[in-house]
Design a protein around this ligand. Sequence first.
Ligand SMILES: *[C@@H]1O[C@H](CO)[C@@H](O)[C@H](O)[C@H]1NC(C)=O
Ligand SMILES: *[C@@H]1O[C@H](CO)[C@@H](O)[C@H](O)[C@H]1NC(C)=O
Ligand SMILES: *[C@@H]1O[C@H](CO)[C@@H](O)[C@H](O)[C@H]1NC(C)=O
Ligand SMILES: *[C@@H]1O[C@H](CO)[C@@H](O)[C@H](O)[C@H]1NC(C)=O
Ligand SMILES: *[C@@H]1O[C@H](CO)[C@@H](O)[C@H](O)[C@H]1NC(C)=O
Ligand SMILES: CC(=O)N[C@H]1CO[C@H](CO)[C@@H](O)[C@@H]1O
Length: 352
Amino acid sequence: MASDKDVVTQNENAPVKKRGCAGHCKRFWWVYLIVSVVVIVLVVVLIIFVGVPKIAQKKLDQAELTIDSIIISDTRPTKYNMAVNSTIRTDGKTHATISAFTGVMYLEDLEPHTPFASVEFPETTSDALQVVNVSQIVEIPNMEAFTTFNTWLLANETLRMTIEGDTHVKVKGIAKKYGVTFKKTVELKGLNGFHGLKVTDANINIAAKTNNFNGTVDIPNASILTIEIGNATFANKLDGEQIGTVYMNNLVLNPGINDVFISADVEQAPVLDAMTSGPHCNDGIIPFEMVGLDVTRDGEELEYFAGALRALTQAVDIPLTEAFARNGLKLDVSTPVEVTLKRRSKPLVTIR
Ligand SMILES: *[C@@H]1O[C@H](CO)[C@@H](O)[C@H](O)[C@H]1NC(C)=O
Ligand SMILES: *[C@@H]1O[C@H](CO)[C@@H](O)[C@H](O)[C@H]1NC(C)=O
Ligand SMILES: *[C@@H]1O[C@H](CO)[C@@H](O)[C@H](O)[C@H]1NC(C)=O
Ligand SMILES: *[C@@H]1O[C@H](CO)[C@@H](O)[C@H](O)[C@H]1NC(C)=O
Ligand SMILES: *[C@@H]1O[C@H](CO)[C@@H](O)[C@H](O)[C@H]1NC(C)=O
Ligand SMILES: CC(=O)N[C@H]1CO[C@H](CO)[C@@H](O)[C@@H]1O
């Protein structure tokens, strides 16, 4: 290198003889040859060691990842099975192979970025459309991080998740593999606090103290996740006081509307009070609240779901007039309305 530089420098400093070029070129042809070879080698080396990796990284960054569905199943206290069906789209102009790699997942909008899962991604190519489906056991690397992910998934309308891992790209025609980073942030729809949840069927047994309520809840799942939760229990609250326990056994949330059977042990006195006096005696729709207590599966605690359900207070309005009527308790909900109307000088309407 040093001698080449010297030669070039000499050349630059040499007085410019415009007419004597032919002779000069003949004498120093070997200098030009060496300089040309060095330049070509440098350019090739730059392309291979700087250009191609940069292009490879850029191409990888431009690739688009779509998560089509995620299934969380076989949930155990410290591990579960995660299946992900995803698609990677590129412009399809490069021919390259991306090595298999371990990708970690974390919430993009929560610092510090703490992985809640680690997933093995298979080797892929840079074809315009790549389907990447994985299914594997995930050992929970950080319980708090996974609980937080579930909390956000449950509470938020959307959440951003990043998948990141170091891998290698092999470009067709070049033997060398280049180190690149796979990093994609996707926006997932969350369960939005079960927004839109409603009880479509309610049954009461006024003669019993336990297991005296059951019904069907429609739980909307706006997300693309299927989650096997297990046996979940909730505190049933009325005016902020716990008056019972709600059970949802073998709870699995699928994308779309989920009809879930619930049963409960509920203290009847506060409910009867609410049905016969106070602001809800008119319509018989009682505004309960549900807060997560526990989640178990085959008797084992699933802390990462329980923590998420405890963080959410879910309002549930339950129409109870018909359920009481079926028990022979005709709580004439129109009575208080009539009383109000009678107090006025002329009755306006009769609400039935
Ligand atoms: C991925 O697709 C396959 C085939 O349609 C299906 O059997 C599997 O359950 C899907 N996995 C997920 C995570 O949706
Ligand atoms: C991968 O998932 C897609 C849906 O996302 C499905 O259509 C395809 O059949 C799956 N392939 C395999 C091999 O599971
Ligand atoms: C998601 O919900 C959590 C609380 O449940 C909140 O602290 C966080 O800011 C939300 N994040 C986004 C991105 O909405
Ligand atoms: C629901 O409750 C009603 C009234 O107590 C009862 O007759 C019915 O058997 C219960 N349904 C189930 C599936 O337990
Ligand atoms: C839920 O509880 C019921 C009744 O105790 C039990 O039969 C069932 O196996 C439990 N389900 C799970 C997923 O643990
Ligand atoms: C009520 C609701 O949010 N339903 C959505 C549940 O998830 C499916 C598929 O992800 C959507 O199509 C529904 O609109």
